[in-house]
Design a protein around this ligand. Structure first.
Ligand code: NAD
Length: 369
């Protein structure tokens, strides 16, 4: 789009945001990248620890609703790209506390758009080349029945949870800022991600860690809800391709063409962990509470629990637009991605243990004051 991209990454201490920062700085080691993150329960500065020493990297703790702060960051660091991940992201929490979702996802996105417009479009010296990329979800399209065609970019929005509705609202605001004011926006709607740095309230890390602790594996209802899954690094690659070559004003679906029921995923993870423990006894000693350490198959831990209210049955993505226009294709098969994710959790206890017991805030205070 323009030669030097200087990024503001909102929500960069969250799961996908942190993976994106690692990915971007691997591709562009000298790039300027400022993370703005409020460090809610889901934000973890430890996920960025390896990047803090880079000269172009800066972490700022703050809220995207703080418009004056965002204006200052954009101006002071001459930032010309926003990559907007910051959001409340957990559907279950949105059922119990929707207000936080309206505040961060709708009002926060609007505040960010207004700041970008002020700095990039309303400058008396003329507008600045810029790009605002908004990260969204396939959940805005609602739920599919078994034989339905997957979601396309022109599928009507039909969000069912407060989370999905708040993301749909933010998508519409981004679209409106492009059409009304000419802000150079792009949006991507992605399916479920998995991989390193994933907060353990979400299905895949929850299952891995519960197996390691010998705890039950809760499955909502019959476990036959179907989702499309994409390894997080592939999502980051898709976002980078949109930043490089995406058409302004457009939205792109990103997915893995990889539909799995929740129950099948849990059974796959159980089988993979059992196999890893059977091959290498060192894991049995490191995780003595794990089911296989007691000679039990991990799948014995599965327990069905009452279904989530309004639980969507199926999401599936038609990602042909980004494939045809930008040449995007996932590079990881599901089997490779899951194996890599399990290995990452086995090897990074120092990341997840403090998250589980809440002590990572002390760790942050010790390391960053
Ligand atoms: P996450 O919950 O792991 O991280 C969200 C981050 O945003 C956290 O670091 C949090 O501290 C920060 N944050 C929240 N509210 C903020 C605010 N008001 N100001 C500043 N920072 C704030 O989420 P994630 O799974 O990494 O998702 C990132 C984005 O991708 C979200 O917009 C989500 O809707 C979207 N998305 C996620 C998935 C998925 O499978 N996880 C799939 C598609 C789209």
């Amino acid at each position: 789009i323009f030669p030097e991209k200087r990024l503001l990454v909102t929500g960069g201490a969250g799961f996908i945001g942190a993976n994106f920062c690692h990915y971007w700085l691997q591709q562009h080691p000298r790039a300027t990248l400022v993370v703005l993150d409020a460090l809610t329960y889901a934000g973890n500065r430890h996920s960025l620890a390896g990047l803090e020493a880079r000269p172009g990297f800066r972490f700022v703790q703050g809220d995207i609703n703080d418009e004056a702060l965002v204006v200052r960051l954009l101006r002071d660091h001459r930032l010309n790209v926003v990559v907007h991940f910051a959001a409340e992201s957990h559907v279950d929490r949105s059922i119990h506390d929707p207000d936080a979702f309206i505040r961060s996802n709708i009002l926060g996105t609007h505040s960010l758009l207004r700041a970008a417009k002020t700095v990039w479009l309303d400058d008396p010296q003329g507008s600045v080349p810029h790009r605002f990329h908004h990260i969204s979800t396939d959940e805005v399209y609602g739920s599919l029945s078994p034989g339905d065609a997957p979601f396309r970019e022109d599928t009507p929005y039909a969000p069912n949870s407060p989370y999905a509705a708040s993301k749909a609202g933010s998508d519409h605001l981004v679209r409106a800022y492009h059409h009304t004011y000419g802000l150079q926006t792009t949006t991507s709607n992605c399916s479920n991600n998995y991989g390193p740095f994933h907060f353990p309230e979400k299905l895949i890390p929850l299952v891995i860690l519960n197996i390691l602790h010998g705890k039950t594996l809760p499955i909502y209802g019959d476990g036959r809800q179907i989702r499309d899954w994409l390894y997080v690094e592939d999502h980051c690659r898709g976002i980078a391709q949109i930043l490089e070559r995406g058409t302004v004003g457009e939205s792109y679906n990103i997915g893995g063409c990889n539909e799995w029921s929740n129950l099948d995923i849990v059974e796959l993870i159980c089988a993979e962990i059992d196999a890893i423990f059977a091959q290498d006894g060192a894991w049995l000693r490191r995780y003595p509470q794990a089911a296989p350490a007691h000679g039990r198959p991990s799948a014995e831990l599965i327990q069905h629990v009452r279904d989530r209210p309004g639980h969507d049955r199926r999401y599936a993505i038609d990602a042909s637009k980004i494939r045809k226009e930008l040449g995007f294709a996932p590079q990881y098969t599901f089997a490779e991605g899951i194996r890599q994710t399990i290995r990452w959790y086995l090897e990074h206890r120092e990341w997840w243990q403090p998250v589980l017991d809440g002590s990572y805030r002390d760790w942050i205070a010790r390391h960053y004051g």
